[in-house]
Design a protein around this ligand. Sequence first.
Ligand code: AGP
Length: 609
Amino acid sequence: MCGIVGYVGGNNAKDYIIDGLKKLEYRGYDSAGIALQSENGIVVRKKEGKIANLEALIENEKLYGTTGIGHTRWATHGAPSDINAHPHMSQDESIAIVHNGIVENYMDLKKMLNEEYGIVFKTETDSEVIAQLISVLNKGDLEKAVYDAVAMMRGAYAFGVIAKDEPNKIIAYRKDAPLIAGLGKGCNFIASDIPALLKYLDEIYLIENDEMVICTPERVIIKDKDGRELKRKVLHVNWSLEDAEKDGYEHFMLKEIYEQPKAIKETLNRRIDENDNITLDGITLTKEQLEDFNKVYIVACGTAYHAGLVGKYVIEKMARIPVEVDIASEFRYRDPFVDDKTLFIAISQSGETLDTLAALREAKSKGARILSIVNVVGSSVARESDDVFYTWAGPEIAVASTKAYTTQLVCMYLIALYMGRLRETISEEYYRSILAELKAAPAKVEKILSRASDIESLAKMLYNRSNVFFIGRGLDSAVAYEGSLKLKEISYINSFAIAAGELKHGTIALMEPETIVISLATQDALFEKMVSNIVEVKARMAHVVSIAKEGNTKIEETSTETVYIPQCADEVSPLLSVVPLQLFSYYVAREKGEDIDKPRNLAKSVTVE
Ligand code: AGP
């Protein structure tokens, strides 16, 4: 998620912008920049890396301007670099913009701008299109040029614009990406997020979709998409800076759990066209190559490995190709069977996990084709892969991975469906039915989140237990592993997951009265078997919390408590059943007063072996 800050007033905009961008650093970014309206026109300074790099770049310059915009970039299109950093300037240097989001039709617009206006693009980004488009449409009325540009753009975006010929003015526009306006004293601001402005003001306007903001030192005007001026209630913000970074949530982890519907939608929607065809953007594998693979490895660590367990199931089921899932730290040392007919899929949120990177290098050295599923654009795993299929989860700050996991699952489903359709191992009807289920998933996750208080009550009742088992069969066992890791890593409660059918082969000896067993029973095809396993553990006086699909009330006869998820196809249930487990772990850890976002002994990215 990029950060935007703009200032228009009587002082040097640079100071306010740099300070504001620093308040947005927590969101994660890979480059930063600033544009100021100076007496010699618009000056742009931008640099890859941290804001400190930008400050070092400009420290010996006398940069002055009372109107300016700044940006911290979370790369989506185009690797992190000085040139791809924002702000972007138009070719005639009349316009500078900062942008958060994605212009989905940027390739078409680039082509039109090049052919009709001779625009030669300098960057790999989609954002540069906005600057070039506004500049060619600007006939002396910046507001109109912005409206005309927006009418031609498709996607989700919030952007800020300054124009050489319209001093003391910032125009911003919002569509499906966050934007606020800040009301200062003798100055006004735009920003993508409240933390950037808290130091200077406590009154803001929340900008809604399809609204334009015009900021001058004296006024902030809000207009709808047809240019009608809108009245907007001032929002008084008395958040601490820390509250603001969490957008009002108590922890980043909870915020990220609640961001999952949006993250799933973002990761899914831009890969499905109006005819329900999947485009695996970032993957250059040809049909022949995909048909030529005789083996797939999915290799990762921790939560990413658990996403791979789901991936194994769905790729084998849909593409009918053998898939082996391995923990990266094991894969590297077992001299695996890998050759040029192997597809090696690395999954990594950070893209910097050394075990995963080392396993990728091992597979590459043996001739495998490397496809990575990564959340951080331009990260090491991404750079060393032949193809990268990004999760669009946005920065994941909490150490315990949640939205990265569910978006990794979405990527697994898309790859499985795409390969299955290509290899004609699934019917068109099945393809469309699973695609429909994926599209319906965000709303179903929202429904589960709306019942979070039930899970909170359950957590309050069970938080002081010492041993918790997670059991399941088929896809449910894959999710059981993820649920167990979530509980362990933030509540420090000893927990482990086991395939339910395996219990009787030794582990059930551990069962004692009141042992907590979280049993996932969402797989229709295995439901009766799961009921038998639950009866087994109940017979040993265990306390069983079952996760089941709505309507399967029979499960209540053998469970102490039941948490329902909306009806869905067996294949897609992991996207839903993991959410109650994430919430359960969160509320247990919260009840125990643990440091949820930064658990002891853990790092967000494990860059050591
Ligand atoms: C998950 O909650 C943990 N933070 C950890 O297991 C993590 O998934 C693992 O270290 C892999 O990280 P990556 O996805 O960034 O490679």
